[in-house]
Design a protein around this ligand. Structure first.
Ligand code: RB5
Length: 146
């Protein structure tokens, strides 16, 4: 198990450049970032990278991950197939915060063709800085996997 300051990130080509910027942002914040790809602008399937990140989180190798594609939709669909993964597609700060407080989201999904760089950084920061409330929400998230 990695420490809480480790995070795995992945994207397809549509959000490759935003992924690279988020990596720099996270490293500057002291995170150890593991990049699951993609590694350039060439067209790839979001499914392959979604599986890498969601699989690693599902298996407990990383507590948290970040996935990006053009809209975030495909990555969300892939990631939420994995047991124990709660992937939250967010484009506003309130949702990013509540995905942690109520849903204990362990993967943040962003749409690189939807949001700008500064909003993306704010979403990442908010998501990482917010804790799970537990209580009645623990029963609810546990029952997702039942
Ligand atoms: C790639 O063109 C695009 O389909 C992908 O990035 C994503 O938006 C899929 O959901």
């Amino acid at each position: 198990m990695e420490t809480d300051k480790s995070i795995i990130i992945g994207s397809d080509h549509a959000a490759y450049e935003l992924k690279e910027k988020i990596k720099v942002f996270l490293i500057e914040k002291g995170y150890a970032v593991v990049d699951a790809g993609t590694t350039g602008n060439a067209s790839v399937s979001y499914v392959d990278y979604g599986k890498k990140v969601a699989g690693a989180v599902s298996q407990g190798q990383y507590v948290k991950g970040i996935l990006l594609c053009g809209t975030g939709l495909g990555m969300s669909m892939v990631a939420n197939r994995f047991p124990g993964v709660r992937a939250a597609l967010c484009s506003d700060i309130f949702s990013a915060r509540m995905s942690r407080v109520h849903n204990d989201a362990n993967i943040l999904v962003l749409g690189g063709r939807i949001i700008g760089d500064i909003l993306a950084f704010e979403l990442v920061q908010t998501w990482l800085d917010t804790g799970f409330e537990g209580g009645r929400h623990l029963d609810r998230i546990q029952s997702i996997d039942d």
